[in-house]
Each structure stands twice: as C-alpha cells, then as structure tokens.
Design a protein around this ligand. Sequence first.
Ligand SMILES: [Zn+2]
Length: 268
Amino acid sequence: MVMAKGRRLLALLMAVLICGAVGISGCNEKDDKNVKNEKALHDEANLSSSKSESAVREQAKTVLCIDPGHPSDGDDGLTVQHGLREADVTLQVGQRLASILEKKYGFQVILTRQDKETIVSNQARARKANEAQAALFFRLHCDSEPSEKRTGFAVYYPDRQGTVDGVTGPSTVVIEKSRVAAEAIHQELAEGMGEQLKDNGVRTDAQTYIGGKQGALTGSIYSQVPVALVEMVFLSNQRDAQFIGSPEGQERMADSLAKGIVKFLKTN
Ligand SMILES: [Zn+2]
C-alpha cells in the first residue's frame, strides 16, 4: 500500500510535472508565437517604413522642370486678353504646380523662369531641363485666336524629329516617353476639368504652327528629356479666361496637372 500510495503519489507528481511542463511549454509556445507575431508586425512596420522612406528618397532625387511659357524669343506673351497676360498666367499656374509637386509629392522642382518680364529663349528653357536631367520638361501655355469661338485645353508632344538652326531632335526615346507623358497628363486633366473646360485632346507638335514648319516645337527639338506642353485654355475666350484668371481655377488646373505628372512617373 505504501508502495501503491507511493506510486500513486509518484504518478500524481509526474502528472503535475508533465501538465506543468506542457502548461509551461504551451505558455512558452504562446508567448513565443506572440513574440513572433509582434516581431513580424515590427519587421513589417520597419519594412513599410523603410519602403516609404526609400520611396521618399527616390522622389526627392526626381527633378521636374516646369516651364511657364513666355516671354520667349518668338513671343513676349504680354498681350492683354480679357484682362490677362499669358506670361503672367503661366507663371502663376507654374508656381502653384511647383508647390504641389514639392509639398504634396516630395519632388524637386525647377522653374525655367521666376521673373515676370525677362525673356528666356525656348532653347535656354530646354537646356535648363537637360542640365537638371529632369524626369519631365513640362511647358505651360495658353492658346488664343482672333475670335471668341474656340475654348478648352489640349496637351501636345513631339511625335517626330524636327530641325531648327541645324539642330535635329528629340531622340526616338524622348519622343516615345513624351507621348506617354502627354497621355497621362491629358487623362488627369480631362477628369479634373470635367464640364468646366472643353477637352481638345492629345495633339502633336506637328499640329502647331511652328511645329508644322520645323517638325517639332523648338523646345522639343532641344529637349533631351521627355517633354510635353499644355495649352490650358483659350485666353481669347472670356469664360476660359475667367476660369484661369481665378485662384480656384488655377489651383484646380495645377492639381490636375500634378496628378497627371505623377501618373506618368509611375508608368515610367
Ligand atoms: Zn504660349
């Protein structure tokens, strides 16, 4: 009996020990799992934070060249239409666009001019984009015609090489990327402007007066980086001019253009 009692005691003791061991090991396993989960979450958090940090670093290295059109060699852009001058409007929208691209998206932006009346040639504008090795040389303009009739925006890109002053360009790589840029920007612009402005689509440099003669616009010919140009409105149309003359209209335009540029950079 003693023996039996002893065995029972031993069995009980062993059972307690085993249960305890299982309990402890179970607990440890649970703890271990928790630790692993916490570690995984922690690692994931680290990974995502390092991803976003590297993405931010990448964006900070990406330079965009924004070109507020005029005053240039061919046209000073200082003719007043419905109380506005093209050179002023392009600078105002250009500064808003630069600010959105820098502050909201973290890109580095250079403007081809900061000043209202200094003449900067189209060749010099392209050179600034080339020297900065910009991911995009993006040019802001407003269209105009003798009547009030035509309205709306269009996005232009070079679809073939042109020649000016013995220089031929842009390269086929630049032509292809410029098309992708123009299409992305046009898409966002069409969505952002809604019923406000007429959509005149994506067009080519060759469809412009100067581009038709040279094969491409001067700025495109000299550009060694992807290049696109937007005619934001017809300043000769009162409704268009009112829209682009207002801070709200300018901000809405700049916001859509920024979205289009970001869309292009994502596909690039
Ligand atoms: Zn212009």
